[in-house]
Design a protein around this ligand. Structure first.
Ligand code: PLP
Length: 364
């Protein structure tokens, strides 16, 4: 039986050669491979700077801290996302203020952002969730009116476009993750894109123990550096990213047009933007003939991997429930009950796509 994993990194001889060259060079820590990767990633996103770090959470923490987010500040975040979107706010000593998402796109609802702004709000983090940009323009407008920083959490959306422009350059910072299941990887890794020279310079210090010159520390920083091994992998993966995204988009189009069963809703695509399908997330509504858990077991028996992204909205996570049990985000709460991610990654073959669709359409 063919097994279809729900996620799988795509690395080849190019990455193996690049890593071997770094290993042979003797320079394993951050060096010229990271510098080359930063330049190439900034060029790809169309931003002035890209600062590489060792994971996407570090990227968010650095972006927020260097934007001046501190204890006593509020940062608005969508509650339907990966935990790190919110925990990075708490890592700064600030408070994440959870808002609901749009029922179609699953991304931050600009109307909810407008309602949540208070005198304590300092920033908004929008997440380009599952590969689809959030509706950036209205969020930028609200933030311009109230002098708030916009941080793009682009961990899942390398190469996605909003109104013809790649994500990562709309706000103060764009934060990407290169975890192995992402649209491109460096093993573990992350990067922050920005067009602000001074901000990029502070972030470079922050991620390197607060030192500009070696052993002269002007601020408390962290060791968030990417290794040259990661940088070398990143350069090879970046060359392949457009082809990876094309495959993800074509797999999604296949699933869109071949899945046909009552009560299963395929992903919505916003006009004027490019969804790069980090995940292909369907909704299993009450009209569907099986409960979601039963459907997952059925697909597993057919050799098809699935995951729930995400089972608990962040405001209901034990650590944040304590902070404010009164928060209510009904759209996100419902989505957590209904969503299911199907395989869409570049290694999915046509035979696998046929298998996925016939298994799903066979549900009665
Ligand atoms: C939306 C989102 N934000 C942030 C992160 C954090 O990235 P990392 O796992 O590289 O720390 C992830 C990664 O899973 C993510 O999906």
């Amino acid at each position: 039986m063919i097994h279809v994993p729900v996620a799988q990194p795509s690395c080849g001889d190019e990455e193996i050669e690049a890593v071997s060259a770094v290993m042979r060079s003797g320079m394993l820590a951050q060096g010229k491979e990271v510098a080359r990767f930063e330049q190439e990633f900034a060029d790809f996103c169309g931003t002035k700077h890209a600062v590489a770090v060792n994971n996407g959470t570090a990227a968010l923490h650095a972006a927020l801290t260097c934007a001046g987010i501190r204890k006593g500040d509020d940062v608005i975040v969508p509650t339907f996302t990966f935990f790190a979107t919110a925990s990075c706010v708490s890592m700064c000593g600030a408070t994440p203020v959870f808002v609901d998402v749009d029922a179609d796109t699953f991304t931050i609802n600009p109307e909810c952002v407008a309602e949540a702004v208070t005198g304590k709000t300092k920033a908004v983090i929008g997440v380009h969730l599952f590969g689809q940009p959030f509706d950036i323009r209205p969020v930028l407008d609200i933030c311009e009116d109230h002098n708030l920083a916009v941080i793009e959490d682009a961990a899942q959306a390398h190469g996605a476009q909003y109104r013809g422009k790649k994500v990562g350059g709309f706000g103060k910072a764009g934060c990407f993750s290169f975890y192995p299941t992402k649209n491109m990887t460096t093993g573990e890794g992350g990067i922050i894109t920005t067009n602000d020279d001074a901000y990029a310079a502070i972030m470079r210090k922050f991620i390197n123990h607060g030192q500009g010159e070696k052993y002269r520390h002007t601020m408390i920083g962290y060791n968030y550096r990417m290794t040259d091994i990661g940088g070398a992998i990143g350069c090879e993966q970046l060359k392949k990213l457009p082809a990876f995204n094309t495959l993800r988009i074509s797999h999604a189009a296949y699933l869109d047009s071949h899945i046909s069963v009552k009560g299963l809703i395929t992903p919505y695509r916003m006009p004027d933007s490019t969804h790069v399908y980090h995940q292909y997330v369907v909704r299993i509504t009450p009209e569907f003939p099986m409960k979601r858990a039963e459907f997952m077991r059925y697909l597993a028996d057919c050799g098809i991997g699935t995951v729930v992204h995400y089972p608990i909205p962040i405001h209901r996570q034990p650590v944040y429930l304590e902070q404010d049990p009164s928060v209510s985000c009904p759209v996100a709460e419902r989505l957590c009950e209904e969503v299911l991610s199907l395989p869409v990654h570049p290694n999915v073959t046509e035979t696998m796509l046929e298998k996925i669709c016939s298994a799903i359409n066979g549900v009665i």
